[in-house]
Design a protein. Structure first.
Length: 158
């Protein structure tokens, strides 16, 4: 297993909304593409269902928008495996605006490994589990981002 370098893109004009910044729908699309790229690196790519009859299903997702992205900004999504067991894997994606030097958004996802024909969860193969272990070892003793596991909070207006 080699380190994953991240997923990079430049904000195109089609992603800009009436407010002059990147529209929320494209954050989701970007995280989706970055997630596929990272999952493929781990052995969970789009070809997996055809080869093994197994695939992934996102069962929970949480996105935080922190800063805006503008036309032409260079973006980089860095992804982490934060936890896994025999049937589930938890990812945390961070979107960095390389042009402006800040983190712009995060998304965490919980995915289940499924048997596509039976439409039920199934266990990861031993090879995939080794890949997840290797990736977490490569990530090292990174501090867990404080946002993991948070939920939407709506405080009282003062």
């Amino acid at each position: 297993m080699t380190p994953h370098c991240g997923y990079s893109v430049c904000v195109p004009e089609a992603w800009i909304d009436v407010n002059g910044h990147m529209n929320a729908q494209y954050y989701y699309s970007l995280f989706y593409e970055a997630g596929i790229d990272f999952a493929s690196h781990l052995g969970l790519g789009p070809g997996l269902p055809g080869k093994s009859g197994r695939g992934q299903a996102v069962v929970e997702s949480h996105t935080r928008f922190e800063r805006e992205n503008l036309l032409g900004d260079q973006l980089l999504v860095k992804s982490l495996v934060t936890n896994f067991d025999r049937r589930r894997i938890h990812f945390f994606h961070q979107l960095f605006n390389v042009t402006r030097g800040y983190r712009a958004a995060t998304m965490e996802q919980l995915e289940l490994h499924i048997d596509v024909a039976q439409r039920r969860t199934t266990e990861f193969t031993a090879e995939l589990l080794r890949n997840f272990e290797a990736m977490t070892a490569l990530q090292g003793a990174l501090p867990q981002p404080g946002e993991i596991g948070r939920h939407v909070q709506f405080g009282r207006a003062g």
